[in-house]
Ligand binder design. Sequence first.
Ligand code: SF4
Length: 63
Amino acid sequence: MCPTGILEMGNELNMRIAYTPQVKEGKAKYCTACKRCEYGCPDWCIYILNESDNESTAKKAEV
Ligand code: SF4
């Protein structure tokens, strides 16, 4: 479902004994944040976050 083809099957099993998707190495910069993977995941386990949101969260965690 990813229009850029940057997702692949990961090697780790989740608690439902299912393999989870992961971003191919070095390909994260090609993500357009279209959220197709987020809306299409049947287990709602994918979340697209803005990098600046991650940075502010990390800063809060450091305080
Ligand atoms: S948001 Fe998901 S489906 Fe869209 S480009 Fe990024 S990884 Fe692919």
